[in-house]
Design a protein around this ligand. Structure first.
Ligand SMILES: [Zn+2]
Length: 149
């Protein structure tokens, strides 16, 4: 392997004023396709929080004491609430992992449904999102319609 040796003593003046423009073989990739450091940290922090919360909730669900009498209703209610929360957090964790996976392939911030870049403001607020606002709304409408059946 030959390394390029930088000319140390050469004056920089001889630089040509204009470089001839290279013809790009591939179209330029969308701007947001990789995680920047802030986004990565944000996602990782969020992931750690969700993981901790999940572990906590799961432990609570396992150690929940058998309730008796009037406490049963409350205990059942609490348990169902925690179970629902666990499900939500598991989904969120999956979403975060999904986004991290997409980012590795250089598809961060690209809507999975329409392939268009997701609004950066939306990404900043919701880094685990994989859909643009338009598609997310449409998907929610579809889900609502399916749920009504
Ligand atoms: Zn979309």
């Amino acid at each position: 392997m030959q390394k390029k040796i930088k000319p140390v003593s050469l004056p920089k003046k001889i630089k040509p004023a204009r470089k001839p423009q290279k013809i790009a073989r591939k179209p330029a990739p969308p701007k947001n396709n990789h995680l920047n450091e802030t986004e990565r940290k944000k996602l990782q922090t969020e992931r750690a929080q969700v993981t901790t919360e999940l572990a906590h909730l799961r432990a609570e669900l396992q150690t929940a004491p058998e309730a008796t009498g009037d406490e049963v209703d409350l205990a059942v209610y609490e348990r169902e609430k925690n179970l629902a929360l666990v499900q939500r957090l598991e989904q969120k964790l999956a979403e975060i992992d999904h986004v991290l996976h997409n980012a590795k392939k250089g598809k961060y911030g690209i809507c999975e449904r329409c392939g268009k870049p997701i609004d950066p403001a939306r990404l900043a607020a919701l880094p685990e999102t994989t859909h643009c606002v338009k598609c997310k709304n449409e998907l929610e409408q579809l889900a609502r319609r399916a749920a009504m059946r």
